[in-house]
Design a protein around this ligand. Structure first.
Ligand code: HEC
Length: 106
């Protein structure tokens, strides 16, 4: 009985964590591809880093947390702060989905 309760509360904790990661918003691939037009003026789509880091092939959750860190100004790059500041959760999730799908071809 005690065990069942423990498993149940673990399940609740886990579903909250999943929600927090994705902010409860699902990305849309084509929307992400559309929004990425702005990003790829600076970021390579084939994973090259010419002074600007490559952002393809990332875990979606990591991508989302980095963009949110620019948005909240925890990460300091002013260009990325401005860009991230304009994105809502759906747009961030869509960009994460799109960039995660691009193959690394270094
Ligand atoms: C004006 C050029 C420019 C544009 C446009 C731009 N970025 Fe960036 N981005 C940068 C630079 C420069 C950095 C590295 C900043 C730093 O060192 O913190 C960066 C960093 C990042 C990082 C973190 C990379 C890492 O390895 O830490 C992510 C993720 C990212 N950008 C995503 C995006 C997305 C998504 C878009 C489009 C919505 C975008 N960027 C548009 C210049 C740009």
């Amino acid at each position: 009985m005690v065990r069942a309760v423990a498993i149940l509360s673990l399940a609740v904790v886990m579903s909250e964590v999943t929600c927090a990661n994705s902010a409860g918003v699902k990305g849309d691939f084509e929307y992400g591809q559309y929004l990425a037009a702005e990003c790829v003026t600076c970021h390579s789509t084939v994973g090259l880093d010419k002074g600007i880091p490559a952002i393809i092939g990332w875990e979606e959750a990591s991508f989302i947390s980095v963009i949110n860190a620019y948005k909240s100004k925890e990460l300091e790059n002013p260009a990325m702060q401005t860009i991230a500041g304009r994105l809502d959760d759906e747009q961030i999730a869509s960009l994460a989905l799109y960039f995660a799908s691009l193959p690394e071809e270094n």
